[in-house]
Design a binder for this molecule. Structure first.
Ligand code: ADP
Ligand code: MG
Length: 704
């Protein structure tokens, strides 16, 4: 049975084919339901009208409304720099409104002598109020609007959306969507559940989120809609979990055999930490239980996850299975391959590598070896999940730095077998404790909460660009003491060319500014050919270079113990977890290590908080929690859904932790009575679960 809300958004009056395409591309809005689930991120009180004289500089980030008469218009500039101004005044003062785009249209719609409600962001020039691209409404019209609400929603938007619809136009299509769809909004929660938790009906909630009748109703609407999302996620997670545990088809690894023992007795280069031992034991228990293991291993950077991966892969091989290990980057895969090959040298174990840039011979060796059963352990990148990779007997999969992989990609690995292999996903990005069990209920969680002995805490400092000379001096001392240095530049997708220029300029200035000619500098970034990248990494690893200038491609996993300084340029442009990851590249040997965060003088409050947090703590959990808070709260732009794990539009699992717990409790209760959600009362819950089930935009980047 089709649901009305699943119809294309193009049927909403005012949308049509072209704008429907734009909505999909820019905001991921495909259906009428998607549009109605595009919630305001903020509200402004449209009943409040300021006299011009009362608008002041402290309001410069808010939107304000004035009521004023247009006294004249003017043009300035020509061609592309043309602009159009309207001068307005009320009894308290005057202001200037300016347009740089859409001038033809605005000059037609503005009439000198008439009075308008004017709504926009104030700025000041020589003490006079100005607004660029404000919204204008004839006073008499504005007072007669059909759907009125005191609080008017401000919607997440993008530049293209804003120029196609204008702020008012978007509000209009939401209004239209509401009028055609209101009768078709079906309640998703069973009456009993709604009563029990005192929630608004879905229709009331939808109405009040877009057109709040009061501040209180807006809050209640928000609660209800958040609850729906969190419940959907919980239903989906709990179902995944019970499906997995009901199948009882996990491979068995009962034997601790020759490989594991030889490695443990003769090869292992250090004593395991007790946390590493504990995790290996947990994996052992999982792999003799008869259930398929699906375990998340969290361990801060440098805590020694690779060793756990290797030893558990040896267990799999000892029991007659193949294992594979997937890493998010070529560099990391090659590094794992090198480390593991070296550590297991002389053992009866065949390890192969496969990446996107494997040459014919390497590729053939991997593919044939893995298909015939000749190869025991395959290490690689995404190339491992391509269709032509056929394992003879895959029993165990390790995914390193898992936040780089979507669940869909993970799922493709388990379809490589009749029976699903055991899965270990490893991440250095800790998920706050409050979140782990609720949000990742389908995974069991292990934690390495201990660093190998002898590590000294990394000292972190924040320097402004003006202190660059001091930085050079410091680096010189370190290099003269025989240490190595990373210098990392940000790389942000939208402006790749510019960033590479930054990197190249930085590279040149390091080469140029360094007073001693015998410092050896090498460079590594994503645009280089794989073999050049590899060569550059090799030089650094083997201390043929003192300084590695890189983009954040080195963010994950790279391990060069002699490197003791991490310089992060434009550090204000990195997220907290990324900074923490980068910092984790140093402090891997016995020497005191340093992380230097370079930034411009002008910092946003949030950036300042991030840099400060980095200097104050190296506790990955605390940083992750803070990161979620900062990003969750700041996540207002529709295109930048970095604070979102599942397809969450309104709930934020960190900020709404309590509601999340409630939703979890509700999900468990519902499913225990009706695991398949077959009861007629649960039909809409089933749909809710489907909407939030894995595969649909299930992106683990929340913890990246
Ligand atoms: P991560 O958890 O960040 O992946 P790695 O596995 O790369 O960390 O380990 C970091 C470094 O610590 C490596 O050089 C590794 O050889 C070393 N290491 C791992 N476990 C131990 C241990 N128990 N004792 C000493 N060094 C260890
Ligand atoms: Mg690692």
């Amino acid at each position: 049975m089709g649901n009305y809300l699943d119809n294309s958004v193009k049927y909403v009056p005012g949308v049509g084919e072209a704008r429907a395409k734009l909505l999909e591309k820019e905001l991921g809005i495909i259906t009428i339901g998607d549009l109605l689930r595009h919630y305001p991120f903020r509200y402004v009180d449209r009943t409040k009208i300021y006299p011009i004289a009362e608008v002041n500089e402290s309001m410069d980030s808010a939107l304000v409304q004035i009521r004023a008469r247009v006294t004249g218009v003017a043009y300035a500039g020509t061609g592309r720099s043309q602009r159009f101004s309207a001068f307005v005044s009320d009894s308290s003062g005057s202001a200037e409104l300016t347009w740089f785009r859409g001038i033809k249209w605005i000059e037609k719609s503005i009439e000198v002598g008439r009075e308008y409600l004017i709504f926009g962001r104030p700025s000041f020039f020589r003490g006079e109020l100005q607004m660029a691209h404000p919204e204008l409404d004839l006073v008499e019209k504005a007072l007669n609007r059909p759907v009125q609400s005191a609080l008017q929603g401000i919607y997440p938007s993008t530049e293209k959306i804003a120029s196609s619809f204008g702020a008012k136009g978007f509000y209009k299509i939401i209004t239209n969507a509401w009028s055609i769809a209101r009768e078709h909004i079906e309640e998703s929660l069973p009456e009993s559940l709604r009563q029990h938790y005192g929630l608004l009906s879905l229709r009331e909630a939808m109405f009040n989120i877009h057109f709040p009748q009061s501040a209180e109703m807006q809050k209640r609407a928000e609660q209800r809609l958040k609850f729906d999302e969190l419940l959907g996620v919980q239903l989906s997670i709990q179902t995944l979990r019970s499906d997995r545990l009901s199948k009882n088809n996990g491979f068995l690894f009962p034997r601790v055999g020759e490989l594991f023992n030889t490695f443990f007795n003769d090869k292992i280069p250090f004593a395991l930490t007790s946390a590493q031992k504990r995790v290996i034991k947990e994996i052992r228990q999982d792999t003799v239980s008869g259930y398929q293991m699906n375990r998340l291993l969290q361990g801060d950077v440098g805590s020694g996850k690779t060793m756990v991966a290797l030893m558990s892969m040896l267990l799999a091989v000892d029991n007659g299975f193949q294992a594979c290990m997937m890493a998010p980057t070529e560099i990391l895969a090659r590094q794992h391959f090198a480390t593991i090959s070296r550590q297991t040298e002389g053992m009866n174990l065949r390890v192969a590598i496969l990446t996107g840039s494997s040459k014919t011979a390497e590729r053939r060796r991997a593919l044939e070896g893995i298909a015939s059963g000749e190869v025991d352990i395959l290490i690689g990148t995404h190339a491992l999940i391509e269709d032509n990779v056929r394992f003879a007997n895959l029993g165990y999969v390790v995914i390193d730095e898992q936040h780089r992989f979507g669940v869909e990609q993970r799922a493709r690995l388990w379809t490589k077998n009749q029976q699903p292999p055991h899965i270990l996903v490893m991440t250095a990005t800790p998920i706050p404790r409050t979140l782990a069990m609720t949000l990742y209920g389908d995974l069991d969680v292990s934690v390495i909460d201990e660093l190998p002995p002898g590590r000294q805490p990394i000292r972190t400092y924040h320097y402004y660009d003006s202190a660059r000379l001091k930085l050079w001096g410091f680096l010189r001392k370190q290099i003269e003491a025989g240490r190595q240095v990373y210098v990392v530049y940000p790389l942000i997708k939208e402006s790749e060319t510019m960033d590479y220029k930054d990197l190249e300029d930085g590279f040149e200035s390091i080469v140029r500014d360094f007073p001693l000619p015998d410092y050896r500098v090498t460079v590594c970034h994503g645009k280089m050919k794989p073999q050049d990248k590899e060569e550059s990494m090799r030089q650094f690893k083997e201390h043929e270079a003192d300084i590695l200038v890189a983009t954040s491609v080195i963010e994950v996993g790279v391990d060069v113990p002699n490197a003791t300084v991490m310089v992060i340029e434009s550090a204000e442009r990195f997220g907290l977890s990324q900074l923490h990851q980068l910092r984790g590249r140093v402090g891997r040997g016995g020497e005191q290590s340093f992380c230097i965060l370079m930034s411009g003088e002008k910092l946003s409050r949030e950036a300042r908080q991030r840099l400060q947090a980095m200097c104050e703590t190296s506790d990955g959990f605390r940083l992750a929690e803070l990161d979620l808070k900062l990003r969750g709260a700041g996540d207002i732009n529709g295109t930048q859904q970095s604070g979102v794990a599942f397809d969450l539009k309104i709930a934020n699992p960190t900020l709404d932790a309590e509601l999340l717990a409630t939703a979890r409790e509700a999900a468990i209760a519902v499913l225990s009575a009706d695991p398949q959600l077959e009861h007629p009362d649960h039909r809409m819950l089933k749909a809710l679960r489907a909407r939030h089930s894995a595969g649909r935009k299930f992106d683990l980047s929340i913890i990246s």
